[in-house]
Ligand binder design. Structure first.
Ligand code: SF4
Length: 283
């Protein structure tokens, strides 16, 4: 019996780095520790951190009320004013912004200085996009759909710099850029999509096509896990969606010779390892 575990299962580089940063801060223990927003969208991880004294700040108001402690910025990043606010208040800041996101902040700053207006392809309500906008000194544009791209209007004299939310779909990004390109603006297009999501999906599809049963681990509300499940289910009818080992009810049968495992971006390694061990022993 073989178990095939996806190399890309679980936390991406940026999320892993952010979670590790919180644990490092707990070890260094320099007073109260806060994360600005949950460090990862996984209740188990957040609860475990809370038990170790880490508090989640949900709003900027809560941040503004702090008088001491350390604030950890998560992988999505934040706008410049949050750095300034914490500096003014003398609150220690530990920056776990993913370097791929930080790069977009720098692009926004640089290209504005070069006289371009920033246009972000992404979801305006997503914290990452809010953070990128927070590095623009001038108002920026956000476009998420083909309709918005078609309706987009700016003075023709305006030079644009188009960047993307890191998790945006590449084909859709290309489509939207094409629509805007036809409008005659002077545009600079910088594809800032991170490949982590796509690599995870490609690997999941590949493994699911080779195994007799496939297990997808992740939170029930995690949209990237749901997408992984859909992809795997298409390749392997015998695909299971579980949040943790407790949910696993794998029907063992002689015909199952090989089981594949993958997991969404917010699934901790511990859960993946538990499932992997269990499947390995059971079969
Ligand atoms: Fe993960 Fe990529 Fe987002 Fe960084 S940019 S946090 S590596 S998905």
């Amino acid at each position: 019996m073989k178990v095939k575990l996806a190399k890309t299962a679980g936390f991406c580089f940026g999320v892993r780095r952010a979670v590790d940063t919180v644990y490092e801060q707990i070890e260094q223990s320099q007073g109260p520790i806060y994360t600005y927003g949950p460090i990862v969208h996984n209740e188990m991880v957040v609860r475990e951190l809370e038990e170790k004294g880490v508090r989640v700040l949900g709003t900027e108001e809560e941040l503004a009320e702090l008088t001491q402690g350390t604030v950890i910025i998560r992988a999505h990043g934040v706008g410049r004013h949050i750095y300034e606010l914490l500096e003014q208040k003398g609150i220690r800041l530990v920056d776990a912004t993913c370097p791929f996101v930080r790069k977009i902040h720098r692009i926004a700053e640089r290209e504005e200085k070069n006289g371009r207006r920033i246009l972000i392809i992404g979801n305006a309500k997503h914290p990452e996009v809010e953070g990128i906008r927070g590095w623009c000194r001038n108002p920026s544009y956000v476009i998420e759909s083909a309709e918005e791209a078609r309706n987009f209007k700016a003075p023709l004299s305006e030079k644009l710099c188009i960047v993307s939310q890191t998790t945006f779909n590449y084909n859709k990004f290309e489509d939207l850029v094409e629509i805007i390109s036809k409008k005659g603006y002077d545009i600079l297009v910088l594809n800032t999509i991170c490949s982590a999501t796509e690599e995870r999906q490609t690997e999941a599809r590949q493994i699911a096509s080779e195994v007799d049963a496939m297990i997808v681990i992740g939170g029930s509300h995690s949209s990237n896990t749901q997408k992984l499940f859909e992809i795997c289910k298409k390749e392997c009818g015998n695909t299971y969606y579980i949040q943790s080992l407790d949910d696993l009810d794998l029907k063992t049968s002689e015909s199952i010779r090989c089981v594949g495992i993958t997991a969404g971006a917010s699934t901790p390694n511990k859960i993946i390892e538990e499932v992997q061990k269990h499947v390995g022993i059971k079969f």
